[in-house]
Write a protein that binds this ligand. Structure first.
Ligand code: NAD
Length: 496
């Protein structure tokens, strides 16, 4: 089966690859070169109906299948993902533009989530209390729920679907995935591996499409819950629509992540660490550092000088260019011409509002790659809390450096920000680190770690407008989301 070779791509419904009848299509291009890779169909609500109906039917059997049996295809899938690692990483890089090491790291995290979900026979266990009252026992049991929809963003085409999919199916649900229409090829290929791993027909679905297909999932009466990752405006819409339609939901949104540098932090290590966090993946990570907050004048002056020098040396180019194979940090393209335009407009706006631009990445040209969408490293300094640059998620290789008099002031800026995905502190002081850990309002905290993205067996998710849900992704949080807990209070009288 080589569905990846079809253009337009096909949907995977009920164990079959199906062409989408009379669908509009979008061109999928390599953002580094502009090369046309394939076309993706934009499925209508009818296709979603087809998938959800079949998923509902398949759930009747899958939900009753013993949990260890449900995990068997996941063990095989983990092996297949590893065996096909190089090929998957290249596909991901071609359609998304991140570097091969970044694509490899993404695959690793996706695979780890499969491995964690393989522990479902233990993870799904409930609790009990013998003797809540005289002759009465209490029990919490966890049961699968039904059909889940998963809607994912462009920047992690492989990892984000795997924050949800393995847990959902291991817990006994069936799943309809609508991945980002901008990067459909990686999951299309992974779906072939899912098929090869031996899931029964009808347990996992891939329906290609845009917001119309997503909306149909959100409103479908037979979809019991939605896992969404994307921008906060859409996350909020997802949360409201799911609430209106009586579904459970988890909707992870946008970010503006602060890195706080204290005067005692070792400068050289810190700058190298911050550079990867802010400019890697062209700044298109939800955990990317977009604000560097220096505490004290001296810290600020030295960090500005070192960071600007290092950023100017970063290589911007096509991550698949063999000439760049040995470069440490390659800043690839941003995802599309529209994204490039949006990022450059925000830089223009910063300049128009009087912000100090020290490194300007606008109109960046990469030789021989005129079809690519490149933005060079961009650095604004002395930016103030509350400014457009500080408040807006730019989602490109744009960094702002700010100066604060004290740790209190830096924490106040973090806490006043509408987003609260990740935040890190660089310090050698346990006291400052502890205060930061307890007081900074972000869901994922780093201490001398620039990208504090939790491993698969810990929860992943932010706070404030970075998440619309009270339950995060991955690990046990995933088990809780994808199961209904029932609390049973029971008593048996002696037989007569
Ligand atoms: P996006 O919000 O534009 O799209 C995400 C998904 O929603 C896509 O599948 C898209 O087709 C769908 N969609 C778009 N409009 C919709 C609508 N009106 N109704 C229903 N669905 C709709 O996000 P993106 O540009 O693909 O991804 C980047 C964003 O994702 C950034 O804001 C980034 O911070 C965020 N993100 C967050 C996390 C996290 O863990 N918090 C992780 C990765 C990405």
């Amino acid at each position: 089966m080589t569905a990846t070779l079809h253009t337009p791509l096909q949907n995977y419904i009920g164990g079959q690859w199906l062409q989408v009848p009379a669908a509009d299509t979008l061109a999928v291009t390599n953002p580094a070169t502009g090369e046309l890779l394939t076309h993706v169909p934009l499925s209508s609500p009818t296709e979603i109906d087809k998938a959800v109906d079949a998923a509902r039917n398949a759930y009747k059997i899958w939900g009753l299948t013993p949990v260890a049996t449900r995990c068997r295809p996941l063990f095989r899938l983990a092996t297949l993902l590893r065996e096909h690692g190089d090929e998957l990483a290249r596909t991901l890089t071609r359609e998304m533009g991140k570097s091969l090491p970044d694509a490899g790291a993404e695959l690793k995290r996706a695979t780890e989530n499969v491995e964690v979900a393989c522990g479902m026979p233990s993870l799904i266990q409930g609790e009990n209390v013998i003797g809540c009252a005289d002759g009465i026992d209490g029990e919490v049991i966890r049961l699968p729920i039904g059909v889940f929809g998963i809607i994912t963003p462009f920047n992690f085409p492989l990892m984000v679907p795997f924050w949800f999919l393995p847990y959902a199916v291991a817990a006994g649900n069936t799943v309809v995935l609508k991945c980002s229409e901008q990067v459909p090829m990686t999951m299309n290929r992974v779906m072939e591996l899912i098929e090869q791993a031996g899931f029964p027909d009808g347990v996992v679905y891939l329906v290609h499409g845009d917001k119309i297909a997503a909306q149909a999932l959100l409103e479908h009466n037979d979809v019991d819950g939605i896992s969404f990752v994307g921008s906060s405006t859409i996350a909020r819409h997802v949360a409201k629509t799911c609430a209106d339609h009586g579904k459970r939901y988890q909707a992870l949104g946008s970010a503006k992540n602060y890195l706080v540098v204290m005067p005692d932090a070792p400068r050289e290590k810190v700058v190298a660490n911050m550079l990867t966090s802010s400019l890697g993946c062209a700044g298109q990570r939800c955990m990317a550092a977009s604000v560097i907050a220096c505490v004290g004048d001296e810290t600020y002056d030295e960090i500005v000088e070192r960071f600007v020098t290092a950023a100017k040396k970063a290589v911007v180019g096509d991550p698949l260019d063999p000439a760049l194979a040995n470069e440490g940090l390659v800043i690839g393209p941003v995802i599309s011409a529209a994204a490039k335009q949006r990022i450059e407009q925000l830089i223009d706006q910063g300049v128009a509002e009087g912000e100090k631009l020290l490194v300007d990445g606008r109109n960046h040209q990469v030789q021989g790659k005129s079809g690519g969408h490149y933005v060079g490293p961009t650095i604004f300094v002395d930016v103030k809390p509350g400014s457009t640059l500080e408040q807006t998620e730019i989602f490109g290789p744009v960094v702002i450096i700010m100066k604060f008099d004290s740790l209190d002031d830096a924490i106040a800026a973090i806490n006043n920000h509408p987003f609260g995905n990740g935040a890190s502190i660089y310090t050698q002081s346990g006291h400052h680190a502890r205060r930061f850990k307890l007081e900074a309002q972000a869901g994922m905290i780093g201490i001398n770690v620039g990208i504090p993205a939790p491993v698969a067996y810990l929860p992943f998710g932010g706070m404030k407008k970075s998440i619309y849900a009270d339950i995060k992704a991955q690990g046990r949080a995933g088990v809780n989301f994808f199961t209904e807990s029932k609390i049973v209070t029971q008593r048996y009288w002696p037989s007569l």
